[in-house]
Design a protein around this ligand. Structure first.
Ligand code: ATP
Length: 275
């Protein structure tokens, strides 16, 4: 993962078409982002600016990709971080990092001549857990409070308009204050892909790989119930490695078949009854 402490990483190269099997999430996300794209109209109607979007769902389903694509869609500078980067032993350091993150986002946007900045916070439950419950330490509360302060301070006529996109697979752990209007008041569910979704994702991750004539993406998709996008990416890579070990220049169906076991062994997959 490409988290760059306190710094900014700019991704211009991810679009929604690079994300497989998330049609509903993409549609909902785009609808929310259109508020930002149609900034003028929105303002004329007196609609308050969208400040936060929460992406919820299991790991490896493409939440980070969606955030990157959202930055591209709104022509925003992209700054990524993770909740774990705010957890510090010393009081006040986490809060200071939150302040710095908003500052970095604004500066980065200005540096590259953009009016929008998108801050992505992965694993937001680590910094935004329920206050007074996740820990006895006051430090976390200060960090979360600072995030709320920064979000409350965002204005439609700011020189750089900041949108915060956060991701979590534990929405139940979040402090309810984060979900209030004017904060993360839009939620987009990002689910594990269904069979058709898996077909799309496998296609995306094999598009630059030489496949033998016997490869059936449909049957790979059938074999991979419960796999996330990240698992499928790893599957395509493992299959290619197996083919290479045999000195072949094409990947065959049996390589994918073997790779399924490898990926499953690598991780205890949550494979609910097949549909
Ligand atoms: P986490 O919750 O662990 O941060 P995430 O939901 O943010 O995970 P990503 O980091 O976006 O997941 O995905 C990891 C990698 O898995 C991606 O870089 C991509 O290669 C692949 N991937 C995941 N989901 C998809 C998808 N829907 N379409 C295509 N590739 C995907």
């Amino acid at each position: 993962k490409n988290f760059n402490q306190g710094g900014a990483t700019i991704f211009q190269n991810i679009s929604f078409s690079d994300i497989g099997g998330q049609a509903t999430a993409i549609k909902e996300l785009q609808e929310a982002l259109d508020f930002i794209k149609n900034f003028g109209k929105m303002r004329a109607l007196g609609i308050r600016p969208l400040k936060g979007i929460l992406l919820t769902g299991p790991p490896g389903t493409g939440k980070t990709l969606l955030a990157k694509a959202a930055a591209g869609y709104t022509d925003a500078a992209f700054v990524a971080t993770s909740g774990s980067e705010f957890i510090e032993m010393y009081a006040g350091v986490g809060a200071q990092r939150v302040r710095k993150m908003f500052q970095t986002a604004r500066e980065t946007a200005q540096k590259i001549g953009k009016n929008n900045a998108l801050i992505f916070i992965d694993e937001v439950e680590i910094l935004g857990g329920k206050r007074g419950q996740t820990t006895s330490h006051l430090e976390y509360d200060q960090t979360l409070n600072q995030l709320l302060v920064e979000m409350d301070g965002l204005r439609a006529d700011d020189k750089v308009r900041v949108l915060v996109v956060a991701a979590t697979n534990r929405v139940d752990m979040l402090d309810p204050a984060l979900l209030r209007p004017g904060r993360f008041d839009r939620q987009v569910k990002v689910e594990l892909p269904d069979r058709e979704g898996r077909v799309e994702i496998i296609k995306l991750h094999t598009r630059n790989k030489p496949l033998a004539a016997d490869v059936s993406i449909n049957s790979i998709a059938r074999e991979t119930f419960g796999f996330s996008g990240a698992h499928l990416e790893s599957l395509a890579n493992e299959a290619a490695i197996l083919a290479m070990r045999e000195g072949l220049t094409e990947i065959s169906q049996r390589h994918f078949h073997e790779a399924v076991d490898k990926v499953m062994m690598g991780e205890k997959l949550d494979r609910r009854p097949s549909t």
